[in-house]
Design a protein around this ligand. Structure first.
Ligand code: NAP
Ligand code: GLV
Length: 312
């Protein structure tokens, strides 16, 4: 292979920190930044986030595409990305750590009923709001992949009664593992705090819906850090109104930024965060890209390739 040429095509993300880290981690690779792509036929690899439509059709020598994010649903929309070109999702240790911190922070907040204690403070009410022992608190995580696993490992450390749900059966020491549609009801029935860490695919779109909420314990809390497309907003607001869901943290939304007049902003029992649960960090993320470009040169299969038939 001639000298690899990596195109940075993330129009919404500042390029500078990435370029610094790319040059440090792989000085042998030439880096170009969209829209100054030079001779398109020289570009061998692309690092993308919300890339311009039509980009891939212009790159005849493309060998591999890296996603800046873990979720790749918007890239799978690009019909011109040839199916034989490996698409690599983001797996970054800092992203995993930040997601763990965020999910643990929110789960502990709901476990200890902090929103209620804060409401009491505003009303000057002295009330000893108690919480069950951690071993009696049932937390469920939808998705037991890179991020779900890290969150589960940390929550396990507090002694929670933890369960996870995935597509295929998984070995999950120290917790209860459920898999597939058939086992979803049993998983939901024991999820007092439900965390969504699924990828957005045709199978998972709208999975946080009325039927799902009806199977949760009364007064459950929801933490959605997957994608906005997982949540059926009208069903969710109805579940909050009925008390089936007591509190929720939403980090991801069908429309981002969340429109200023959206009811979620002002709902007393919803915490809105602006899709910041976990961000990819250039300093730690570049090594996976360098390793994969090296594997490509050595004729080895890439790590973390998206299975396009599954959608993640
Ligand atoms: P991953 O490693 O691909 O794991 C995905 C998990 O979901 C796997 O356990 C998979 O099951 C399970 N799954 C997929 N489809 C399913 C289905 N139909 N039924 C049951 N389980 C299913 O993904 P990840 O790296 O953990 O990331 C997960 C998602 O987090 C991303 O796709 C993205 O949407 C979101 N995310 C959000 C932020 C944020 O800041 N809010 C940041 C990063 C990522 P198997 O184990 O059986 O394959
Ligand atoms: C962020 O949402 C990601 O998918 O990494």
């Amino acid at each position: 292979m001639t000298r690899p040429v990596l195109l940075y095509a993330c129009p919404t993300v500042p390029a500078e920190p990435w370029i610094v880290e790319f040059r440090r981690a792989m000085p042998e690779v030439e880096i170009r930044v969209w829209p100054d792509i030079g001779e398109p036929a020289e570009i061998t690899h692309a690092f993308v986030w919300h890339p311009p439509r039509g980009l891939f059709a212009r790159l005849p020598a493309l060998r591999m595409v890296f996603s800046l994010g873990a979720g790749v649903e918007r890239l799978l929309d690009h019909a011109e990305l040839p199916p034989e070109i490996p698409l690599i999702r983001m797996v970054d240790p800092s992203l995993g750590r930040d997601m763990t911190i965020f999910v643990v922070m929110q789960a502990l907040r709901y476990h200890r009923r902090m929103p209620e204690i804060e409401r009491n403070q505003r009303a000057r009410i002295w009330s000893e709001v108690d919480a069950p022992m951690a071993s009696d608190r049932r937390i469920g995580i939808l998705g037991y992949g890179e991020l779900g696993r890290l969150c589960a490992d940390s929550l396990k450390g507090f002694g929670f009664d933890l369960s996870v749900w995935s597509r295929s059966p998984r070995d999950a020491p120290g917790l209860r593992a459920f898999a597939g549609v058939a086992e979803l009801p049993a998983f939901l029935a024991r999820s007092e705090i439900l965390v969504c860490l699924l990828p957005l695919t045709p199978e998972t779109a709208g999975i946080l819906n009325a039927e799902t909420f009806a199977q949760l314990p009364q007064g459950a809390c929801l933490i959605n850090v997957g994608r906005g497309g997982h949540l059926v907003e009208a069903d969710f607001l109805a579940a909050l109104a009925s008390g089936r869901i007591a509190e929720a943290t939403l980090d991801v939304f069908a429309e981002e930024p969340l429109p200023a007049d959206h009811p979620f902003w002002s709902h007393e029992r919803i915490t809105v965060t602006p899709h910041i649960a976990a961000l990819t960090q250039p300093r730690t993320a570049v090594s996976m890209i360098a390793v994969n470009i090296g594997r490509d040169a050595a004729g080895l299969p890439p790590l973390y390739q998206v299975d396009r038939s599954r959608g993640y």
